[in-house]
Ligand binder design. Structure first.
Ligand code: DX5
Ligand code: ZN
Length: 216
């Protein structure tokens, strides 16, 4: 069964606690939290105080996706705020700093994940594969919800799954962007085990049924 992580980016920001409790009732597995700094991506969303405020709202794991430059500056604060999974972007700093960042996340007792923008090839992740608990393959350009799913990222998911089987089989693959009741199928077939869904989850007439479709 796949793991579904609805993204709060499409939630009602004035009612985040309500929407997250509702995710839990609807059978969601994780809560995906998109953090944007206006530099790494051309949008600003939420940060550490919001993660901290949401922590007591739910027992679900908080899957925090950092779309910020030089994330090493902030990982400790995000872990302290309550992140269970912390994802940094491969493109957000020099390789040695990204490696140090993943190590730091793990040393703080948090699961470490590395994200690849659409232009970044699977091979670029090779130096990091054994340092991660999850690889996030972006299926849209990071920055905004509601974009069209990039099916041409599926070969990248397959390639990463194959590489991981060799060196780190327990490492999960997550996809994020444009995942809906249709596109979730090819993601799972390609080897993705964690599926983020923002707009498709929130626009679903029956959110519990949508969750089941993505998990199936
Ligand atoms: C995009 C974010 C996504 C976003 C997905 O930069 O990382 O998590 O919320 O939204 P949808 O599912 O609407 O594409
Ligand atoms: Zn995300």
């Amino acid at each position: 069964m796949a793991i579904i992580a609805p993204s709060i980016l499409s939630a009602d920001f004035a009612n985040l606690a309500r929407d997250i409790r509702d995710m839990e009732k609807n059978g969601a597995d994780w809560v995906h939290v998109d953090v944007m700094d206006g530099n790494f991506v051309p949008n600003i969303s939420i940060g550490i105080p919001v993660v901290k405020a949401l922590r007591p709202v739910t027992g679900l794991p908080l899957d925090v996706h950092l779309m910020i430059d030089r994330p090493i500056r902030y990982v400790e604060e995000f872990v302290k705020a309550g992140a269970d999974w912390l994802t940094v972007h491969l493109e957000a700093d020099l390789p040695q700093n990204i490696l140090a960042c993943l190590e730091k996340i793990r040393s703080l007792g948090c699961k470490a994940a590395l994200s690849l923008k659409p232009q970044t090839p699977a091979e670029a992740a090779i130096p990091y594969l054994t340092k991660c608990d999850m690889i996030l393959v972006m299926t849209v350009e990071p920055g905004f919800g509601g974009q069209k799913f990039m099916a041409d990222m599926m070969p990248k998911v397959r390639a990463l799954r194959q590489m991981l089987e060799e060196c780190n089989p327990a490492c999960l693959i997550e996809v994020d962007g444009g995942v809906d009741g249709e596109t979730c199928r090819v993601c799972k077939e390609s080897g993705a085990q964690v599926l983020v869904a923002g707009s498709a989850y929130f626009r679903a007439a029956d959110r519990a049924a949508f969750v089941k479709t993505v998990q199936a």
